[in-house]
Design a protein around this ligand. Sequence first.
Ligand code: NDP
Length: 321
Amino acid sequence: MSETNGKVVCMVTGGSGLYGMAIRAHVDSSAEEKDATWVFLSSKDGDLRDRKATEAIFERVRPTHVIHLAAMVGGLFANMSKKVEFYRENMLMNDNVMECCRIYKVQKLVSCLSTCIFPDKTTYPIDETMIHDGAPHLSNEGYAYAKRMIDVMNRCYKDEYGCNFTSVIPTNIYGPHDNYSIQGGHVVPGLIHKCYLAKKNGTPFEVWGTGSPLRQFIYSGDLAALTVWVLRSYDSTDPIILSVPEEKEVTIKDVALMIRDAMEFKGEVKFLTDKADGQYKKTASNEKLAGLRPDFQFTPMAEGLKKACDWFCANYETCRK
Ligand code: NDP
């Protein structure tokens, strides 16, 4: 990374979340990242929906590089019921962060999209060129359109101001420090929490939906390492999908059974088929990533899930749930 007045300052918004905490752990354990000062933000450092608060952060930290992860994030059920908030809050945060990166001459900004913002009706596998090819699934259109605008604005900032802005597109993330809320969280932390309660209460482990939808999951530690690589070495405005290969796609049922094993739950696993399944699949191609990082070794899912389950059990009293 090039330097400004001898200092490289990497600022991570959303630094207290699932993804941000994984980057923090990666940076802490990696000798190569010691050439920069890393600053991890949470909402307590300032509300990024607020322009003045965002400017105050940039004024104080003076970042040379930014990884922008802060977002209003939630699972299927939260997305369906709060579309206006998912759109507005994410638009405000993204607009404030991007504009401050321009004003404060940040050398590189990496923002975060998601595979769930791709068109609902599409061909598979989806790749980086297809983001705007059709409407997203109705269940999360507020979140999806706010995220899609990051890609549009990355190009606009490059064209008009020459800014070096890009974005990553992770598939479903899981790992320690997730939001384990059963109502508002994503599928993996929700299942871990439900399995924990089933084991504790001697009740069946209930999985919402049929268990048949297919998903690619990435362990947060793997994603952290790849994201720091993007910050250092990937110099294109075009987004890049950060995902395990297509053949590593699993059903929700596979995931539930791996969680059952990781939690050593011996009771019944029940599929509540009257609950919504969401999109059947959203298979993403990791060809671009594989071409650039053919050496990268992904954590096997059973191993990553074991770490996520162990973390949840050890931090049950204090974690988000
Ligand atoms: P989390 O919910 O775990 O973390 C969200 C982070 O954003 C927290 O650090 C939170 O701070 C911060 N934040 C939220 N609102 C504000 C605000 N108004 N001002 C300042 N900071 C705020 O999310 P994830 O780590 O899961 O997600 C990180 C990124 O990854 C997001 O951009 C998301 O869209 C993307 N992503 C996530 C996927 C997933 O499966 N989880 C999949 C694909 C993409 P605080 O802790 O103080 O509340």
